[in-house]
Design a protein around this ligand. Structure first.
Ligand SMILES: [Zn+2]
Length: 287
């Protein structure tokens, strides 16, 4: 906060007393039919699984109509998730709009939205074993869309050291391996993440981003329904449970598991597969 705080106007209390308005009220869009998803997930069978080693990343593919889970194994571990439209990498997860449409932290029934101009659900959260957590006394919740990802650039800026196993680097290497390219050639595709299992909030006095030990335990999972063909990448964050530190080899880290499931597709019926936004994109310029 600047030490040069300007004088408080006489009507400050009146200005501050303006009533908050929820910008994007829940329910205005009409949510996904969770009963259909619940029936489908009861029928599903595992078709693949990928282990993400600690302080490393892996890419995976999920066909539209499949489900995938991110599973805690061995110990408490945070994961950083990126998602792309597998058929067009320019359409990718839009953390900021997901936060605006839902909340700072997401859970079952919420959707992961894609970037403009498509702006449509990429995946719907179909189950979350940490859904009981809610918001704690510190104001912290689980699975945030307020952070970005740990990265070597910020680490160099703040600490003056180079570290190559931040989530940004892990995701870049994972995507590069999948696309058979060099990490530096694909890292621009890496974007703000869903912080899976991470327990975060803003401090009440200074509104700074904080983290605390993740409550995730082995066996916990968050599960998604793929609304399109997805290319995903997951990093097992070098912060481990993100209780104290990240961007180093100090924290205890564990692997994560990605599981992919095929449901009985007849149970999905006429699922309304999200189409790209119908906005005409002329932006008022005619044509
Ligand atoms: Zn990280």
């Amino acid at each position: 906060m600047s030490p040069n705080i300007p004088p408080t106007p006489a009507d400050a209390a009146q200005r501050r007393a303006a009533r908050p308005t929820i910008i994007y009220p829940a329910g205005i869009m009409g949510g996904p039919d969770m009963a259909v998803l619940e029936a489908a997930r009861q029928s599903m069978a595992k078709v693949d699984e990928i282990i993400v080693p600690p302080r490393d990343g892996r890419a995976f593919r999920v066909a539209h109509g499949q489900f995938f889970r991110i599973v805690s194994i061995e110990g408490p571990q945070v994961g950083d998730l990126n998602l792309w439209n597998a058929d067009d990498l320019s359409e990718r997860f839009f953390s900021g709009k997901t936060r605006a449409l839902h909340a700072t932290h997401v859970g079952a029934g919420d959707r992961l939205w894609s970037t403009m101009p498509a702006l449509r659900p990429m995946a719907t959260i179909s189950h979350d074993t940490l859904g009981w957590y809610g918001f704690d006394a510190d104001g912290a919740g689980i699975h945030d869309v307020i952070g970005t990802r740990c990265d070597p650039y910020t680490n160099l800026l703040l600490n003056g050291t180079s570290y190559d196993f931040c989530c940004h680097s892990n995701l870049s290497r994972a995507l590069a391996a999948e696309l058979r390219a060099q990490p530096r050639a694909v890292e621009h595709h890496v974007h703000d993440v869903l912080n899976v299992f991470m327990c975060t909030g803003y401090t009440k006095d200074t509104h700074q981003y904080f983290m605390k030990a993740s409550p995730v335990r082995p066996g916990d999972f968050i599960e998604f329904f793929a609304e399109m063909n997805l290319l995903g990448a997951l990093s097992a964050c070098p912060g481990g449970d993100c209780s104290t530190t990240h961007s180093s080899d100090v924290a205890k880290c564990y692997p994560l598991k990605v599981e992919i499931f095929e449901p009985d597709r007849s149970l999905l019926g006429n699922w309304p597969w999200p189409a790209p936004s119908a906005y005409h994109r002329r932006h008022g310029a005619g044509g």
